[in-house]
Design a protein around this ligand. Structure first.
Ligand code: FAD
Length: 398
């Protein structure tokens, strides 16, 4: 067992049922916490050192314990549960003191799998979703390119239809799970190039000829995830691998991003909560000038403020999730939740690092790692500026 696990047992932030969480959700949370304690937390320090974790075997174990794809139909290996089961999943993953692990699992379970569940045919669900939820098939998500990050519509990858195939060309340069994935979910432009009518989402088996995968790309944070560049050269992708309508890939992807913003927000908020919990423990034990740090009223106020911000963030996530559950329009609140939680987790990381002092500045201290990992939230899957753009647009500010 790592020192981190011994010192910092997991707490359950949701010990009561309420209007958002049922008894079933509480049991799910306990099951996930037991899974983390058994399968993940004891290994985190080693995996961080190795800058890699065994994604495939962790997905397999999650699948065996019926913890993947909770909201998807049981006929495809899901558990017929609701949106809040995924909220619980994202929160418990967000507490892992190695965000690369949670990011890799979430991309598989909450970014790519939903595209199959929501837009795939019954056959595609059987061939892709079922094995993915058993942990037998690993997904990677390949949208970003060197010249297209925030501006998704600017992608250069092309898919040209030739009878029953698409000929796929292009390079996707930040593919999380890039080294492990069996199937890449690729967004590509057809000759039309109109984002509303001319893009496709292709589920591309890694085994097809013409695919090259780079070495792992070194990252400042999220180090346990593997991120690679994947190039596609004249890859003949069967038309049956297209998810959703021909030409409708961009809109399907944007809809999925809005859902993912809520999941990302839950992960960020849980990370902030975990950092603050560790910091309170530290402030209780660290003695300066003859008394524990926690006796200092300024520090109490600081912690109380952060606690308040975290709780507000959590409630915002839950309201957004409720709207999602009721199949309402989540475009505004999902962007607001993602924006404020991404900023919050960075702020909490900074404040906690300050309260830990020099120890947190040591290489691979748990808080220093959270500090590095937290920085990504404001950049990836919709940067802060893109969230502001969306909020301004949906609110018809201009
Ligand atoms: C660790 C990691 C993992 C990733 N995993 C994946 C993955 O699995 N799959 C995938 O497809 N992508 C992945 N990405 C890429 C990620 O989605 C992009 O980083 C993100 O979309 C932002 O794009 P960009 O970094 O190219 O920034 P850019 O689009 O170049 O923008 C740079 C900055 O300018 C701001 N900006 C841009 N345009 C405007 C504007 N008009 N007004 C104001 N501000 C603006 C942006 O908000 C950003 O802060 C990953 C990235 C990282 C770092």
């Amino acid at each position: 067992m790592s020192p981190a696990t011994e010192k910092f047992p997991i707490v359950n932030p949701q010990t009561n049922t309420n209007s958002f969480f049922s008894e079933g959700h509480l049991l799910l949370r306990q099951k996930l916490q037991a899974f983390m304690k058994q399968e993940i937390l004891p290994h985190v320090e080693d995996w961080e050192q190795q800058r890699r974790f065994p994604l495939r075997s962790i997905l397999k174990k999650l699948g065996q314990q019926e913890l993947l794809g909770l909201r998807y139909p049981s006929q495809y290996g899901g558990q017929d549960q609701d949106i809040f089961s995924h909220i619980v999943f994202a929160e418990e993953l967000g507490r892992i003191p190695s965000a690369g692990i949670s990011m890799a699992i979430i991309i598989h379970n909450d970014m790519v799998a939903p595209l199959v569940a929501d837009y795939g045919t019954a056959t595609q669900c059987e061939e892709l979703l079922s094995p993915a939820l058993r942990g037998d098939l690993v997904f990677g998500h390949a949208v970003s390119e060197a010249s297209a990050g925030s501006d998704v519509a600017a992608i250069q990858a092309t898919a040209v239809r030739e009878s029953d195939y698409y000929v796929l060309n292009g390079v996707k340069n930040f593919v999380t799970n890039g080294l492990d994935a069996d199937v890449y979910c690729v967004l590509a432009a057809m000759p039309d190039r109109n984002p509303l009518t001319g893009m496709v989402l292709l589920f591309v088996p890694r085994s097809l000829p013409g695919i090259e995968i780079s070495e792992e790309i070194g990252m400042m944070g999220h180090r346990t995830a593997n991120v690679a560049s994947v190039s596609f050269q004249d890859v003949r992708v069967p038309a049956a691998c297209r998810i959703g309508n021909e030409g409708g890939g961009f809109l399907a992807q944007l809809n999925q991003f809005a859902q993912e913003h809520i999941i990302s927000s839950c992960r960020a908020t849980a990370m902030a909560d975990e950092m603050l919990r560790l910091t309170v423990q530290h402030c209780r034990s660290r003695v300066t000038f003859g008394e524990p740090l926690i006796k200092n009223q300024w520090i109490q106020f600081k912690i109380a403020e952060l606690r308040t911000d975290i709780e507000l963030s959590r409630q915002c996530n839950y309201v957004a999730a409720s709207i999602w559950q009721e199949q309402g329009d989540i475009s505004l609140l999902s962007a607001m939740a993602k924006l404020q939680s991404s900023r919050l987790v960075r702020k909490v990381a900074d404040e906690c690092l300050q309260l830990f002092g020099k120890d947190a500045y040591l290489d691979d201290h748990i808080i220093g790692r959270f500090y590095r990992d937290s920085r990504l939230f404001s950049i990836s899957t919709g940067s802060d500026e893109m969230m502001l753009t969306k909020i301004a647009k949906v609110s018809k500010i201009s």
